[in-house]
Design a protein around this ligand. Structure first.
Ligand code: THU
Length: 262
């Protein structure tokens, strides 16, 4: 493992560099992971908490689902700023056919993968060319093509625009443990937090097999907390997308404000 020391220390620096972007109003815990892919490209993930604590997205889930949305599954090394939990190790080991080796409490290596020098973070967003709701719905529909859906064969895509003029796409990423499945909307939102891409303006959701499909309850809770001013657009296929405000999707939602640290 000596040959990796240089690589590992660079990855650690990268993970520590993004940890401060965590959304942790309830605990203050700033945690991140960096995934290195087989060509040295990097994907990050930070901790994203939620007022409904159970919906909190751990850094590793955030980073892995971002990689899947980018159609990159060629994991090489994952380095975390904090020790991986049992649940996180269980998540990774059941995800696919990777041969993970836990070489230290904060470092997971895929045996047999290439471990080159780290290069740069992969771009996760692009300047928005969305002119109208139908462009947004198309972008979400396009995203859905990358959905990882071994459990349901039900693709969902999401495209989110931000105040920085960026678009981020998300897909649903499934897992044999259904409680660990991340929807397209939460995938895109947690990517926006990790990369500091601005406040959310519009959320476009497309369920290509179910035009008019709307965000699930878990996503509504996360959307209303992270993007309270957003307009959420549901792809209706041939017709114009249907719009609802985030707050209309979850009337009387639990804000968690009373739980936030001063
Ligand atoms: N799904 C989403 O991605 N977003 C939603 O709002 C509804 C549900 C995904 C989760 C799971 O992979 C599949 O669709 C079936 O629920």
């Amino acid at each position: 493992m000596e040959i990796f020391e240089q690589v590992l220390s660079q990855l650690k620096v990268h993970a520590e560099g993004i940890a401060s972007r965590s959304y942790s109003p309830y605990t203050g815990r700033k945690e991140a992971v960096v995934i290195m892919l087989e060509d040295g490209a990097l994907v990050g993930g930070v901790r994203v908490e939620n007022a409904s604590f159970q919906l909190t997205i751990p850094p590793i889930l955030n980073a892995i689902t971002t990689s899947y949305a980018l159609q990159r599954k060629d994991f090489s090394i994952i380095v975390s700023t904090v020790p991986f939990t049992e649940a996180e190790l269980a998540y990774t080991s059941a995800l696919g056919s990777y041969q993970w080796e836990l070489v230290s409490p904060r470092i997971l290596v895929v045996a047999g993968a290439h471990h080159p020098d780290p290069t740069m973070f992969l771009p996760v967003s692009f300047p928005s060319d969305i002119q109208n709701a139908s462009d947004g719905a198309n972008c979400a529909r396009e995203a859905a093509k990358a959905a990882f859906i071994p459990e349901s064969n039900f693709p969902v895509g999401c495209a989110i625009t931000t105040t920085k003029g960026q678009v981020v796409q998300g897909v649903n990423v499934e897992h044999p443990d259904w409680s660990q499945i991340i929807c397209a909307e939460r995938n895109a939102l947690s990517t926006i937090i990790t990369y500091g891409l601005g406040d959310v303006t519009d959320v476009y959701v497309s369920c290509p097999k179910l035009p008019g499909g709307t965000p699930c309850g878990a996503c509504r809770q996360v959307i209303v907390e992270l993007a309270p001013k957003a307009t959420v657009w549901m792809d209706l296929d041939d017709e114009n997308p249907q719009a609802m405000k985030a707050t209309e999707l979850l009337p009387g939602h639990f804000t968690g404000d009373i739980l936030k640290r001063p």
